[in-house]
Design a protein around this ligand. Sequence first.
Ligand code: FDA
Length: 383
Amino acid sequence: MNRCLFDVIVVGAGAAGLMCALRAGQRGRRVLVLEHAEKVGKKILISGGGRCNFTNADSRPEAFLSANPHFCKSALARYTHHDFIALVDKHRIAWHEKTLGQLFCDGSARQIVAMLLSECSAGGVDIRVLHRIGSIERSDRFSVRTDKGDFEASSVVLATGGLSIPKMGATGFTHDVARRFGLAIAEMRPALVPLTVDVPGLSGVSLDVMARCGRATFREAMLFTHRGLSGPAILQISSYWREGQEISIDLLPGIDAAALLKERKRVRPKAELRTILAELMPQRFAQHLAFVGAIGEHRDKELEAVAERLKDWRLVPTGTEGYAKAEVTLGGVDTAELASRTLEARKVPGLYVIGEAVDVTGWLGGYNFQWAWSSGWAAGETV
Ligand code: FDA
């Protein structure tokens, strides 16, 4: 079979892989990208509802979960959200800030993929789709066997992402290869994922809440679904949630509920308590709370108890909706195995792991793409 020689082989043409390839290519390296799907950047295309929340204007290390919270700092500092915004601007892609620093394309996520491909092309990167990879072996160089031929390179970059959305082609390829090379894997589980809870009859109801799980708190929207809870506030705390753990929801964030109910009692004593609540939250949810009687009939102590329930609604999710619905995978290749500056495996010179496959997971809001860009760039600078 035909053996082709490259400096760098990147496995996986997603966000991190394409960024790494374009940087290495523009540095003059001969780069091959191998992708098993029929097209590149599929997750970019569906991200942000088709508009790609490509970064966050506040991409700080505290917004990332990892067994080593310091690991992400070096790559994030070397290629920041400002650098990515400059690239987007260079390609004249119009964008806007939606909320909480989240930056989206005005047009389409397709523009981000086109931008990455155009930069790859400027670096002479060879991108091949529909290549099924059999094995990766190392002697003096790396040999990568595929169903379309074998390739050799002095460096291999593993960039096949996480396990979420298997029907889109997500695989544990990077983790399997890493294990074979003796690298440890931090326990993986679905994250940024809806939680399953038995709260019947509320599907479609959405409200602004402060959701809490342990010490993590997020103020954003919460949505009731057929299977439980979703919406940004829930997706955010899902990354911190462990089986059996209780979560707490403040249904009236930023409001002193006890003071407000007592004030309404004084001003409108004949109003039904549930009518008052329906003025503060969606009516269907206020009905669900099943408080009865006029507010004036409730003693202040009872109103304080109602307020406490509204400020600290506790429930124990039965589980998550799993990788089929998770936006990302928590855990992955153990950061202790990698150099934080270059993402190179400490015990396997020439082997790099980047993007979501590494045990670095961002909050919802463009942080995961920023990690893909930053880690891809860091490796692309070195390979
Ligand atoms: P990514 O998944 O992008 O790329 C991996 C590539 O490897 C894919 O092209 C895949 O086909 C390929 N591959 C897999 N196995 C292979 C194998 N065995 N051989 C060869 N190739 C293989 N984040 C964010 O910041 N803002 C957002 O708006 C969103 N929105 C969003 C929506 C949805 C529905 C999902 C599922 C996820 C998001 N994300 C997001 C998360 C974001 O998409 C994710 O974190 C990055 O794409 C990760 O980049 P990677 O390059 O690491 O993996």
